[in-house]
Write a protein that binds this ligand. Sequence first.
Ligand code: AMP
Length: 285
Amino acid sequence: MTENLRIGIPSKGRLSEMATELLHQAGLQFRRQERTLFALVKHLPIDVIFLRTDDIPVLCSEGAIDLGISGSDLVDESGADVAIRMPLGVGHCRLSLCVPEESAITKGEQLDGKRVATSFPHVTRKYLAEHQADAHLVELSGSVEIMISLGVADAIVDLVETGSTLAANRLRVLTDLGHYETVLIQNSRKCRDSEMAERIARRLEGVVIARDYSLLEYNIARDKLSLAEQITPGFNSPTVSALESSEWCAVRVMVKRKDVIATMERLESVGASAILETAINNCRL
Ligand code: AMP
């Protein structure tokens, strides 16, 4: 092993694909050979290490890797001493306490004396202690959602994204123990190459913001500009340029992608014309 900067990413699953795509978009060119644990990055002194997602927080705090991509749920559960550098805009989920639809349980305190299945024993234990519930924990590494029908548990604590797994197993959410997403983490004490770590963090920030925003361009009469600026205040502020007709101007502004269609309608209603949306591939702000 060299003293290159080490970035740990999940070796399999959906998060592995998302992390690989993010790093590729940030200009890190690497290819994983079958079953190898690490890859060199072309033209940059960086090694990408492929790891189990739930080991990434601990391996980062132990210094085996300098940066890592993992779920904030796993950072919380492991209790690993790492810095969360930034959310990566993907993998949103919540950790929920769930009971059967017909269960009489309505609050955490009623779990006293009951059995709770989970792959998040630390977070769950903390919740139970806060609610003075002395429950038996069934600690598992997966398939938690079927444990009630298997007769192993009275309640479960599991990740929920869309809620379809809960519906399929006739479960309902009692409460949420946390909201999580995919994050970039960093060892908080030492780093093989701090300058490179900052560069990579900045690159990822550019990709994450670009994914979240579109560029809107439109023309508007000068006397309506302040109205239009209220609708599109931009990331920092809009760029306004003159048009041949002195009564009109052109505006370029970043708008959250999810708000673009509604924003176009509002701009049109205050008199804007030639409203164009352009995707942003990357940015530095
Ligand atoms: P859903 O049916 O969409 O609510 O997804 C729930 C299932 O997907 C459960 O089995 C979860 O354990 C798993 N899951 C949901 N979100 C995540 C995530 N961000 N990371 C890992 N597993 C997840």
